[in-house]
Design a protein around this ligand. Structure first.
Ligand SMILES: Nc1ncnc2c1ncn2[C@@H]1O[C@H](COP(=O)(O)OP(=O)(O)OP(=O)(O)O)[C@@H](O)[C@H]1O
Ligand SMILES: [Mg+2]
Length: 249
């Protein structure tokens, strides 16, 4: 079982879009996949068309130890989803005084029957929820928008990952950098990709996720890109990324 945290404290870089569509693509490749929505915005949950009335528990109750993870997990076609809701926004404060507060997610997931992949969609911050993801994961994927200031904040992110490695999760590796919202017509985008490759070298996936409006539309229909528009550029890109991610292990 490989647990991967999709993380970047910068907002709007494609963490949720990538979690959703990597998950869907991996399941199309025959892998069993659990998606965990760790963001109180719950964009992953709602973007998959899961409505609040369909679930009694979220990752919030799981982190608080009120229910076991299996009880909160929903089946959505081939995917399994541990949903979130706005109530999770209280977790950072409420759990901040708890002993072992960084290990709550890891412990909750340990009790589950194994899946091939568990993908953790992180909020745009480096708070307790993200620390829980980094402690529970073996690997980190970092989506980076191929725009101006893509690498801004990277040293803070690297510092956080290094601290987690030292104190909480020695085996944690950065295994993939995903260039997102790439527009090949824009010279700036190409220059930024070069910079990203300079900074992270072979950790950068050779597949780039192009700017594709269908990727932004699909969640408003509660669909993955493979359900919404299976032949579009975005679907091709995410499937290629899944193949590359699988081939790397
Ligand atoms: N490749 C793409 N082409 C076009 N639009 C995209 C692409 N990737 C993401 N988007 C859109 O950009 C916005 C931000 O993407 P997304 O929600 O995945 O980012 P995020 O990093 O999860 O954001 P947050 O930090 O708020 O959680 C969304 O509206 C999404 O639909
Ligand atoms: Mg998100």
């Amino acid at each position: 079982m490989t647990t991967i945290a999709l993380i970047n404290q910068k907002g709007g870089v494609g963490k949720t879009t990538s979690t959703m569509n990597l998950g869907a693509g991996l399941s199309m490749l025959g892998k069993s996949v659990l998606l965990v929505d760790l963001d109180p915005q719950a964009h992953l949950t709602y973007g998959l068309g899961i409505q609040a009335h369909e679930f009694d528990y979220t990752v919030y109750e799981v982190l608080r130890g009120e229910v076991i993870a299996q009880e909160a997990i929903l089946k959505r076609d081939q995917l399994e989803v541990l949903p979130s809701s706005l109530s999770l926004s209280a977790a950072e404060m409420e759990l901040s005084g708890t002993a072992g507060r960084e290990f709550l997610l890891k412990e909750a997931l340990e009790g589950l029957p194994p899946r091939d992949f568990v993908l953790l969609d992180c909020p745009p911050s480096l708070g307790l929820l993200t620390l829980n993801a980094l402690t529970a994961a073996q690997e980190v994927f970092i989506p980076l928008q191929t725009e101006f200031l893509a690498l801004q904040g990277m040293s803070k992110l690297m510092d956080t990952i290094n601290v987690v490695r030292k104190r909480l999760n020695p085996g944690l590796t950065i295994s993939g950098i995903i260039g997102t919202q790439f527009d090949s017509r824009k010279n700036l985008n190409k220059e930024v990709v070069d910079k990203i490759r300079e900074y992270f070298s072979d950790k950068v996936f050779s597949t780039l996720i192009h700017d594709n409006v269908a990727l932004a539309e699909a969640p408003s229909y509660g669909q993955t890109i493979f359900e919404y528009r299976p032949t579009c550029r975005g679907a091709q890109d995410y499937l290629a990324l899944c193949r590359e991610a699988v081939a790397r292990r």
